[in-house]
Design a protein around this ligand. Structure first.
Ligand SMILES: NC(=O)c1ccc[n+]([C@@H]2O[C@H](COP(=O)([O-])OP(=O)(O)OC[C@H]3O[C@@H](n4cnc5c(N)ncnc54)[C@H](O)[C@@H]3O)[C@@H](O)[C@H]2O)c1
Ligand SMILES: [Zn+2]
Length: 366
C-alpha cells in the first residue's frame, strides 16, 4: 500500500512526511525518490537500535550506525561532538545524509549535528516515539540543551524526508505512547474537531496500537503541524497555536526539574489549565470542557502535582519564552477545533485554573 504523504513547505525546501505501517522496512525506495544520496549514516541510540536496528539494517544494508545515548541529559553539545567525530572518521562529505532513528531527543541531537557538520548535510528523520512522529520530526527545529536551560542551542534544519512508521511504536512503553498522544489531543483541540472525536470514540483501538488507527492520527497530526509551520516557520504568529497547553505545561516541567513529568504529561495538565481559563471566558462551553477533562482522564493517570506551590508555577511561567514584553500569553481553545491567543489573563484566574489540577498551595491543602 502506498504511504500517506504530507508535503511540508519550508522556506528552504519542501519535504515529504510519509506515514505507513511497516514503512521503515521499505524506506530505500522513498529515500531515493526524495533524492537522498548514497552516502548515508544512521544515527541512533543503543536503546532504539537493540529493538529496531535489524529492521534498519535490512532496509539499508550498507549504512553504518553511529550510536549515542538518548536520555534527555545526553541532549548536549558533547553528544553532538561524538556524532561529528564518527562522521569525520568515516570521511562523511557534503553529499552525505544523516538518518536519525529515535525519539525526539535523538532526532533533535542528530538533527543539530546534521545542521552544523560541514555547514549542513541532509537529514532524514525516522522517528520511533509517537511524540517524535507527530511533533518533533516535523517543522525543522533541531537543537540541544545547555546546562543553563533546555533547547537553548539550536537551528532550523528541515529534513529531506520524514519516515513515520507506527510499527516502530510496538516496542514503546505505554507511558511514552500516552505522552505522545497528549500532543495528538492538542492538535484535535486547536484545529481538528473530527480528530478529537475519533480519539474520544476510538481510544481503546489507539491503545491497542491498531495500525490503521495510528496511521490516521499520525497523518492528521502531521497535516496540522505542516500547515501551521508552512504559514509561520519561525513562530512569529500562527505557529504559536501549537503552544496550547504549553504555558502551564512548561512551567510544571521546570518546577519539577524535568524529572517527574514526561513533556506530554505536562502538556496534558497545561491543556486542562488553558481549557479552564477558556471556560471562564465562555470561549469553551461546559460540554466541551467536560469532554476534554474526560478524555484526558480516560487516557490514564498523570503524576500528581498537588505538592507544588502556585507561586513557583506562576514564577516559572513568567520566566518562560511565552512572555512577550512582560505579558504572559495563553493559547485558549475557542470551542474544540479553534483557538485564540490572549495576553490579559488575571493572576487570580490562573491560580484558580491551577487549583483545578490540584496546584493549590499550602493554605488550602487538605
Ligand atoms: N524539534 C521539535 O520541534 C520538538 C518538538 C517537541 C519535542 N521536542 C523534543 O523532543 C524530546 C522528547 O522526545 P520524546 O518524547 O520522543 O522522548 P525521548 O526521545 O526521550 O524518548 C523517550 C524514551 O523512549 C525510548 N524509545 C524511543 N523509541 C523507542 C521505541 N520505539 N521503543 C522503545 N523505546 C523507545 C528512548 O530511548 C527514551 O528512553 C525533548 O527533548 C523535546 O525538547 C522537539
Ligand atoms: Zn509539546
Amino acid at each position: 500500500m502506498e504511504p500517506t504523504r504530507i508535503d511540508v513547505a519550508s522556506a528552504t525546501r519542501t519535504y515529504p512526511v510519509l506515514v505507513a505501517h511497516g514503512l521503515a522496512a521499505g524506506m530505500d525506495r522513498w529515500l531515493s525518490a526524495a533524492g537522498i544520496g548514497e552516502r548515508r549514516f544512521f544515527v541512533s541510540s543503543p536503546a532504539v537500535w537493540t529493538r529496531h536496528g535489524e529492521t534498519m539494517q535490512a532496509a539499508l544494508p550498507n549504512v553504518p550506525p553511529i550510536l549515542v545515548p538518548d536520555g534527555e541529559r545526553s541532549k548536549t553539545l558533547h553528544t553532538v561532538s561524538r556524532i561529528y567525530e564518527a562522521l569525520i572518521r568515516a570521511d562523511a562529505d557534503r553529499g552525505s545524509t544523516v538518518i536519525a532513528v529515535g525519539g525526539g531527543v535523538l532526532g533533535d541531537t542528530a538533527g543539530f549535528a546534521a545542521a552544523t557538520y560541514l555547514r549542513g548535510v541532509d537529514l532524514v528523520h525516522v522517528p520511533t516515539t509517537l511524540l517524535a512522529q507527530v511533533d518533533s520530526a516535523v517543522g525543522g527545529k533541531v537543537g540541544v540543551n545547555h546546562p543553563l536551560g533546555k533547547n537553548l542551542i539550536g537551528a532550523f534544519h528541515p529534513p529531506a524526508a520524514v519516515i513515520a512508521d507506527p510499527r516502530l511504536l510496538d516496542t514503546l512503553p505505554r507511558r511514552e505512547l500516552r505522552a505522545g498522544l497528549y500532543e495528538v489531543v492538542k492538535y484535535g483541540v486547536i484545529a481538528d474537531r473530527p480528530l478529537f472525536d475519533r480519539l474520544v470514540n476510538g481510544l481503546p483501538e489507539v491503545f491497542a496500537r491498531r495500525p490503521e488507527v495510528l496511521v490516521d492520527i499520525i497523518a492528521a497530526s502531521c497535516r496540522i503541524k505542516a500547515e501551521v509551520v508552512a504559514d509561520d516557520e519561525r513562530e512569529g504568529g500562527r505557529r504559536r497555536i501549537l503552544n496550547f497547553g504549553h504555558t502551564a505545561g512548561h512551567a510544571l516541567e521546570a518546577v519539577t526539574r524535568y524529572r517527574r513529568l514526561r513533556h506530554g504529561e505536562a502538556v496534558a495538565y497545561g491543556m486542562l489549565v488553558a481549557a479552564r481559563l477558556a471556560a471562564d471566558r465562555r470561549l469553551l462551553d461546559k460540554a466541551d470542557l467536560a469532554a476534554l477533562v474526560e478524555l484526558i482522564g480516560r487516557m490514564g493517570p498523570l503524576p500528581s502535582v498537588t505538592d507544588l506551590s502556585p507561586e513557583d508555577v506562576l514564577a516559572a511561567m513568567q520566566r518562560d519564552k511565552k512572555v512577550i514584553a512582560g505579558r504572559l500569553h495563553f493559547v485558549l481553545p475557542h470551542g474544540i477545533g479553534d483557538t485564540v491567543i490572549v495576553d490579559d489573563v488575571a493572576e487570580k484566574d490562573i491560580r484558580r485554573a491551577l487549583g483545578s489540577i490540584g496546584v493549590r498551595g499550602r493554605e488550602s491543602a487538605p
